[in-house]
Design a binder for this molecule. Structure first.
Ligand code: AHG
Ligand code: MN
Ligand code: MN
Ligand code: MN
Length: 346
């Protein structure tokens, strides 16, 4: 007789990972990398929740290659992420918002995955305890450029090789996801067969499956833009945003929701529908968000959930990165909302 399911049987992230491996969707190496990422997220969650107590709010007193003043937790979460990936032994190269250039991981014994990440997204919100997150994406190494390294490559050759390995279009992503540090700590990811969400149960520190195969609503009446930049926007974009404020036939205009953390604004958009946008403007000609570890992972998730990610004209996942920290405009969310925006910008 079939084993009766125990009422205590819960599905954890670890169990779900093993299932994906048994189904052949991911291999054992990638399972290890994803498991190490979930550990990093648990550690960062606890650091973020106790920031004020352990004097970890405020500035580090250094700036990153983006020209941003690093928060203490930007730097610490970068170290947490990097060391978890290093000890996984399956990570070949890491690229982080907080690292000037990609880093080749010496402790990579097999797998050699390329991992790109934003260790703490929305870090300007940390001191006010507003939602933040970590974003990650994983690629296979670029075979041909690994081979043409020869047997005793110089440091520059390895560095150049790392950039080539890291600068892959989002369409190459094997998996991507984020962990949101908010009223709940929720790990959301896809391994190419839909989007799944796992909520951290603080009672025993496990991520428990709470969102199965998330489908983003086809449309939604929430728009999420920083309208403080309105004066700097292209006229076509102004017309689009103005149109959202007209009551229209439903007699109700759109609602504006913007918390200044991509992970938090995206998570709400993924579940409730609508559109998140970070446009280019007169000041930032190519927008603010970074293609590799913000726009591509979020667009990958949006597509896996039946939505879209666009730079206003083309699919984010088709964009071939030229530099590691390259910025692109991002419009992501419900298919109908992104397509409506693209029509205004055409
Ligand atoms: P990060 O904290 O990783 O540098 O990212 C901040 C990004 C993103 O999280 C957010 O949506 C956006 O910056 C907010 O920018 P504005 O404050 O210019 O609206
Ligand atoms: Mn930053
Ligand atoms: Mn970010
Ligand atoms: Mn960041």
């Amino acid at each position: 007789p079939k084993q009766r399911r125990s009422q205590y049987e819960i599905e954890t992230f670890t169990g779900w990972l093993l299932q994906q491996e048994q189904k052949g969707i991911i291999d054992a190496e990638l399972t290890i990398v994803l498991s190490s990422i979930s550990l990093a997220c648990k550690q960062i969650a606890s650091l973020v929740q106790r920031a004020g107590i352990s004097n970890l709010t405020g500035l580090q007193g250094a700036s990153n290659i983006q020209g941003e003043d690093q928060k203490k937790l930007d730097v610490i979460s970068n170290e947490v992420f990097s060391s978890c990936l290093r000890t996984s032994g399956r990570t070949g190269i890491i690229a982080s918002e907080e690292e000037d250039i990609p880093v080749a991981v010496e402790e990579s014994y097999s797998g050699n995955y390329i991992v790109v990440f934003d260790p703490l997204d929305g870090s300007s919100n940390i001191d006010a305890a507003v939602s933040t997150g970590s974003i990650f994406g994983i690629y296979k190494p670029n075979e041909e450029c690994l081979t043409n390294l020869g047997d005793s490559p110089t440091i520059d050759e390895v560095a150049e090789n790392c950039v080539v390995n890291v600068c892959q279009p989002g369409s190459n992503l094997l998996t991507a996801g984020y962990c949101m540090y908010s009223s709940s700590v929720i790990l959301v990811l896809s391994v190419g067969k839909g989007v799944y969400g796992f909520t951290l149960d603080p009672l025993y520190g496990e991520f428990v499956l709470t969102h199965k195969d998330i489908q983003i609503p086809k449309k939604g009446k929430i728009y999420s833009f920083n309208e403080g930049n309105y004066a700097l926007w292209d006229d076509k974009l102004k017309k689009y945003v103005d149109s959202l404020k007209e009551p229209g036939p439903s007699n109700k205009p759109y609602s504006a929701r913007y918390i200044g953390s991509l992970v938090g604004d995206f998570h709400r958009t993924l579940l409730y529908g609508g559109i998140y946008g970070y446009p280019a403007d007169l000041k930032s000609k190519t927008g603010k968000l970074r293609l590799l570890y913000e726009c591509a992972p979020m667009s990958y998730l949006a597509e896996q959930a039946g939505g879209k990610g666009s730079d206003g004209h083309k699919r984010i996942l088709d964009i071939q990165p030229e530099q590691v920290h390259q910025r692109v405009p991002l419009y992501v969310g419900s298919t109908e909302e992104v397509e409506k925006l693209e029509k205004y910008l055409a």
